[in-house]
Design a protein around this ligand. Structure first.
Ligand SMILES: Cc1ncc(COP(=O)(O)O)c(C=O)c1O
Length: 476
């Protein structure tokens, strides 16, 4: 029932007024005002939802969280969605769930291998190592940013490979036809890191609905935000739901929502482990879990954001297309990102491999790969954009195998391989695609907060930087 207290209505009205006042558009001063690569896009509705939830003061995941979990699952067409406090936590929970004893022979055990992609975000990979499994890196195709799926069979080791875990790079769906076929043939788990791809479609279906599990991030640069936040999606297997909830919620066996007791009807009717008969089910732990839940006010904000997803996705797509059109004359120096299965681009749209499934990315960013023989370097371009306050990013961690954390693990192993110890990770092929992305790739924003003036300014600056003298060729 709607709250009738006059103070409540007043607070909400003042909140709406304040946000509207703060958001009154000020004109964009090119070169003076920053053009971020991403950011929160919101109005008074999100702030009001957050304030309402604070006034209700439930705090821990509760009614708002339940509602967001349901609408997210519906939007993705998955069995259920479970909120966590970040995309990285979602990845940690997803991999941890697969280590559960309850999965029998399909359980991910220490030393088992998980196939992943070399260039990308580190926390797609770190949960594999944190769970004492071994990531096996295949290469990226630098034109799509996604896995070179032809390497999957080379990476596979019967009896050792248990799962594939990879991201839809910058919103570009990876080759789901090839990857799901590979996983089905070898009875492997598939986790889709959908953190950068909410709203992307592959063969008419949302990414994040093809694997066994998928993950989302709701950190501000992502398609929707709740500040810190994320989700694990259970695509169809109800057994995984219990495991995901257990690892998220302290490792407990009990599946009562917070604030509820005795959902199973036998709170004092269990005997598990070496605990006495009738020990409180609320305090029985079948896994070594975490507490990775977000709060209800965050979920309240996320609910409003999710209602805007379709508008956000279409603004991102329109911004991406504007940049692509504006920069078409730079093809001599720059390779522009292609959706998976696309063979080229023209003003009329993309051309596709014959008979390939339809791919419709919900873009996270606009990626360019500076050609090796261009008269400027990727870092030179980044510096030039910085000078004009245009936000730009490299493709996250680049070739992750070259990151200090993994180099250290490899060196420690090489220096002192304990008898029978496994190498910390394995690499398939020479990862030249991942290296190219690490050395030559840069992306700029397409987020819905950008306006036409900013997109034109960005395009002009990129073109000037590529043609002009201001960008010195720096050695990278
Ligand atoms: C592909 C991918 N996975 C996971 C994450 C982690 O998400 P979070 O920052 O919410 O932990 C990110 C972050 O941007 C990402 O790009």
């Amino acid at each position: 029932m709607e709250n009738q207290e006059p103070e409540y209505a007043q607070i909400l009205e003042l909140t709406r007024q304040l946000v509207r006042k703060r958001q009154q558009a000020s004109s964009f001063q090119a070169g003076q005002d920053p053009v971020p690569y991403a950011g929160r896009v919101y109005d008074e509705r999100e702030v009001e939802a957050g304030v309402r939830s604070m006034l209700d003061f439930w705090l821990t995941l509760g009614p708002e969280g339940d509602a967001l979990e349901r609408s997210l699952a519906t939007a993705l067409g998955v069995r259920s969605s479970h909120l966590v406090n970040s995309g990285s936590s979602a990845n940690l929970v997803a991999v941890s769930a697969l280590t559960s004893h309850s999965l029998g022979a399909r359980r991910l055990c220490p030393g088992d291998e998980v196939i992943t992609v070399a260039a990308g975000f580190p926390t797609t990979v770190s949960p594999i190592i944190q769970n004492r499994a071994v990531p096996v890196f295949i290469d990226n195709d630098p034109s799509t940013g996604n896995a070179r799926v032809e390497q999957l069979e080379d990476a596979f080791v019967p009896g050792k490979t248990k799962a594939v875990f990879m991201a839809h790079t910058l919103g570009n769906p990876f080759d789901l036809a090839a990857v799901t076929d590979f996983c089905q043939r070898h009875d492997l788990w598939l986790i889709e890191d959908n953190c950068d791809a909410l709203g992307s479609l592959y063969d008419g279906r949302p990414t994040g609905s093809f694997g066994d599990l998928s993950t989302q991030s709701f950190y501000p640069p992502h398609h929707i935000t709740m500040g810190e936040g994320g989700a694990v999606n259970i695509v169809r297997n109800a057994r995984l739901k219990v495991l995901v909830e257990s690892f998220r919620d302290w490792g407990r066996d009990c599946w009562c929502a917070s604030g509820c007791d005795d959902t199973c009807g036998k709170r004092f009717g269990w005997q598990l482990g070496e605990l006495p008969e009738g020990y409180d089910h609320k305090y029985i732990y079948t896994h070594l879990g975490y507490n990775l839940k977000p709060t209800d006010p965050q979920a309240a904000i996320g609910r409003v954001q999710l209602e805007k997803l379709a508008t956000f996705v279409s603004a991102r797509s329109s911004n991406w297309n504007t940049l692509r059109r504006n920069l078409a004359d730079l093809e001599e120096h720059v390779d522009f990102m292609l959706p998976t299965h696309a063979t080229g681009w023209s003003e009329a749209g993309f051309s596709w491999q014959p008979g390939s499934p339809e791919v419709d990315p919900s873009w996270f960013g606009f990626m360019m790969v500076v050609k090796e023989n261009a008269p400027f370097s990727r870092t030179g371009l980044a510096n030039a954009l910085d000078q004009h306050k245009i936000g730009n990013r490299m493709l996250f961690g680049g070739n992750l195998v070259r990151q200090p954390a993994l180099v250290r693990l490899r060196r420690e192993y090489e220096k002192n391989p304990a008898a029978g110890a496994q190498p910390p990770f394995r690499v398939v092929g020479d990862l030249t695609g991942a290296d190219r992305l690490m050395n030559q790739a840069i992306f700029v924003g397409v987020y819905p907060g950008l306006n036409d003036e900013q997109l034109t300014f960005m395009s002009d600056c990129i073109r000037q930087a590529c043609h002009g003298q201001s960008v010195a060729k720096t050695v990278v």
